[in-house]
Write a protein that binds this ligand. Structure first.
Ligand SMILES: [Zn+2]
Length: 333
């Protein structure tokens, strides 16, 4: 039995019944490999998808002749899969190809944090599987997170950086695997604004993310940390009113953070969000200001984002429709 031609010109009649039975288990055009391919691989993904779609037409025609009882059985099995999973905690898989090193993995949204959704949802142990580099905070908003070289530190309000046990959870964090694509020599930047302008001038695009790492000795760094909050949680803008500020002079250490495009407004922090940790990994915090002199800045262009949203708790009912950019401005600086 020979079927009509598909785009690839292949005879698709072989094993037709088997293909009909298998078909509902595949999602045409949907694979992590396709969705998260860099631009150079998109053509491959598109071609594959077109081929699959044309095969679908042929298969749908064939499936009309397939026994109705078998189709009902397949649908029943598929319906049972989500029901079986629903009883377990939702898990966040994300892309699983080799491109996952180029994915920004984010827990919750910045607006949820601004609106006091502080209960941790993801253990640090699982966060570190999604990136060896990043920033965030901890359950109850306790302290500032710095993930560097695969180790997660918590800078508490005593200014000390502690290594975090894997079971401690985070309500908001952003991590990736740091593989620098570009380095920028910054001769002199007197403050965060000047540093920001120098780096932005080197960005090939303002529509992707950049992970930023700066190893060096900084003439001045000003950081802060925030204490654990108690329920009912105050808004972030009120919680940071109790922040503790630290100042470092001629401090050797590492700046860890991100620059995000303007379009992430509400999801993450547009522009710069940087944390600091000293070379001895004993102190640091969320950077409020810094000076840079004769230091190389490493940039990791990151073209994908994966969001892990809370599946229970305050996040489900918080109203995230408002514009909180004015609050964010106060909290970050
Ligand atoms: Zn921060």
């Amino acid at each position: 039995m020979i079927d009509e031609d598909n785009d690839s010109g292949q005879d698709v009649s072989i094993g037709q019944e088997f293909l009909c039975a298998q078909k509902p288990l595949s999602l045409p055009g949907f694979s992590p490999n396709y969705l998260f391919s860099p631009a150079s691989r998109k053509l491959v993904g598109t071609a594959r998808r077109r081929n699959r779609l044309s095969s679908d037409v042929v298969l749908m025609r064939k499936c009309r002749y397939y026994p109705l009882s078998m189709i009902i059985l397949i649908l029943a099995v598929l319906a049972a899969i989500p029901a079986a999973n629903a009883s377990e905690r939702e898990s966040y898989s994300g892309p699983t190809t080799d491109q996952d090193r180029e994915v920004l993995f984010q827990v919750s949204t910045i607006d949820a944090l601004l609106l006091a959704v502080y209960d941790g949802i993801l253990p640090v142990g699982e966060l570190k599987e999604r990136g060896d580099f990043g920033i965030g905070t901890f359950d109850k908003l306790e302290g500032e997170m710095v993930v560097v070289d695969g180790v997660c530190y918590q800078v508490r309000i005593d200014g000390v950086a502690y290594i975090v046990p894997d079971e401690v959870t985070t309500p908001f964090a952003t991590v990736t695997f740091f593989d620098p694509d570009e380095t920028v020599l910054v001769e002199k930047a007197g403050n965060m604004t000047e540093l920001g302008e120098i780096l932005e001038a080197s960005f090939p695009s303002e529509n992707v993310f950049y992970a930023i790492r700066i190893n060096g000795t900084f003439p001045y760094v000003k950081t802060r940390s925030v204490p654990a909050q108690e329920e009912p949680y105050p808004l972030l803008v009120d919680a940071v009113a109790n922040q503790t500020v630290f100042e470092f002079e001629d401090a050797s250490g590492t700046v860890v953070g991100f620059w995000s495009p303007e379009f992430v407004d509400g999801i993450n922090v547009p522009g710069y969000h940087l944390h600091f940790i000293t070379d001895d990994r004993k102190a640091g915090g969320h950077i409020l200001d810094l000076q840079v002199e004769g230091t190389l800045v490493e940039l990791d262009l990151t073209p994908s984002i994966f969001m892990a949203l809370p599946t229970e708790g305050d996040f489900f009912n918080v109203d995230l429709t408002g514009d909180l950019s004015a609050d964010l401005e106060k909290v970050e600086k």
